[in-house]
Ligand binder design. Structure first.
Ligand code: PLP
Length: 469
């Protein structure tokens, strides 16, 4: 493709995306697609000769686009959001255009220094302790793996005697913790059997006394407690683990304390939600995802550590071909995680924060929370429905309950969710809380307005009434 054609299609595609945002609300949130629908329309072999962009774009529109689930849809209430925004998209375009690798400072000084500055902006926005330093990881799962590896390294190498620690290392997280913790525990070599799931209270938050019991019990039995993971905003119900108490326990037992705030962390930009991070001064590492609720295109996960030396010692390897003259003066982010080559992700964050401003972002997040509270009140006031968990941020867990036997409610709610989603007018997903099948109304898409939440509730009510009638 020559530069003139690139210019032509570049303009055309930006127009296409802008039009997409205007018409997205009319599209079914999830495509009526069966497995194989897309694949069978694609050639099995790659083209031998280059094809014109017109034809490629036509196929995008006719084959690929109909199989797209519209995460940016205003009636996206599934999972958690994965927001983009115009400034973030434009920055992504520039990032792709300049195509830099951000492994060490000299491979793009601006990328390294902007990452340092923007991560410190985020630290201030969330009220994380001064002295914590940040790095962008691709996803929270990766950041948690990095934390688990650092905790393992600290337990085995930094603090051990010459022989190192021989006893098996253990990890602790609540029974409501995200699946990425178990995945990280497996990858980091702790062994799945050494992950202890700590019971939760009636709000689905970790019971700190049970954590301490488990740590003491393990020590007595010859294990070496290495890491505890607290969650601020669990995936099922956005429960908030008490960081203060957990942190104090971790300190007294010399256990690495990692906090997973993947979705709900963004809410800490609101002064009225800072309580969620009470005790964050005890934390060794902390992750949240601007790619969820902070209008920044996937992928962009902000990972903060108290002791950057512990992180770097876990990952640094000095090969001649990576050395530079300024290594002692700069941050070389290749040593701050698993990847060597890294995308220039700081640019989109910088565009987003500058474009919306802290106040602009606060306003959006505050509205999402207000609508969730409004929705929670409707659920509570309606005899057909049951609220299944507290609503600390913008996720409402509820179920249809027309008074039939408990044993029949899970099946009823599965059918209910299927019917709702079949309408194509909204998308919800489910979870299980203490064995009860629960619908999750997750509010946080950028294009959602109050009217979409109201329309969702009307639809939920009318589908529910038809189902139980
Ligand atoms: N932790 C929590 C609490 C989550 O809710 C999620 C995803 O929703 C993750 C971790 C995983 O996030 P990522 O997709 O960035 O790895």
């Amino acid at each position: 493709m020559d530069n003139d054609s690139f210019r032509h299609y570049g303009h055309m595609f930006v127009d296409w995306v802008a039009d997409y945002f205007e018409r997205i609300g009319e599209l079914p949130v999830k495509p009526p697609c069966d497995p194989g629908d897309v694949r069978t329309r694609l050639p099995e072999n790659p083209p031998v000769h280059g094809e014109p962009m017109d034809r490629i774009f036509k196929d995008f529109q006719e084959i690929i686009f109909p199989g797209i689930t519209h995460w940016q849809h205003p009636s996206w209430f599934a999972y958690f959001p994965a927001n983009n925004s115009p400034p973030s998209i434009l920055a992504e375009l520039l990032t792709a255009g300049i195509g830099v690798q951000c492994m060490v400072w000299q491979t793009s000084p601006s990328a390294a220094e902007l990452e340092e500055v923007v991560l410190d902006w985020l630290r201030q926005m969330l009220g994380l302790p001064e002295g914590m330093t940040g790095v962008i990881q691709d996803a929270a799962s990766m950041a948690t793996l990095v934390a688990l590896l650092s905790a393992r390294e600290k337990a085995t190498n930094f603090t051990a005697n010459q022989k190192g620690i021989q006893s098996p290392l253990t990890v602790y997280a609540s029974e409501e913790t995200h699946s990425s913790i178990e995945k990280g525990v497996k990858i980091a070599g702790y062994g799945k059997e050494n992950l202890r799931y700590i019971p939760t209270d009636e709000k689905f938050a970790m019971i700190p006394e049970k954590l301490e019991e488990a740590i003491i019990g393990d020590k007595k039995n010859g294990f070496h407690p290495a890491c505890a993971v607290g969650t601020v905003g669990t995936t099922s119900s956005t429960a908030v683990d008490p960081l203060d108490k957990i942190g104090t326990i971790c300190r007294s037992h010399n256990v690495w304390f990692h906090v997973d705030a993947a979705f709900s962390g963004t809410a800490a930009i609101l002064p009225e939600k800072r309580w969620m991070l009470d005790g964050v001064e005890h934390v060794d590492s902390f992750v949240f995802n601007p790619h969820k609720w902070m209008l920044t295109n996937f992928d962009c996960s902000a990972y903060f550590v108290k002791d950057e030396g512990a992180l770097i010692r876990t990952f640094e390897i000095h090969r001649e071909y990576l050395k530079t003259r300024v290594d002692t003066e700069v941050k070389n982010y290749r040593d701050w995680g698993i990847q060597l080559g890294r995308r220039f992700r700081a640019l989109k964050l910088w565009f987003v924060i500058r474009s919306y401003g802290v106040e602009g972002l606060q306003k959006i997040v505050r509205e999402h929370i207000r609508w969730a509270e409004m929705f929670r009140d409707w659920v509570e006031q309606d005899a057909l429905f049951e609220l299944m968990a507290p609503v600390p941020v913008s996720l409402v867990c509820f179920r249809l309950n027309d008074g039939r036997a408990e044993g029949q409610l899970n099946e009823l709610n599965k059918r209910f969710l299927e019917r709702l989603n079949q309408t194509g007018k909204m998308l919800l997903t489910q979870t299980s809380l203490r064995g009860k099948y629960v619908l999750r109304m997750s509010i946080g898409a950028r294009l959602t307005e109050e009217k979409h939440v109201r329309e969702a509730w009307d639809l939920i009510r009318s589908v529910a009434e038809k189902l139980v009638r």
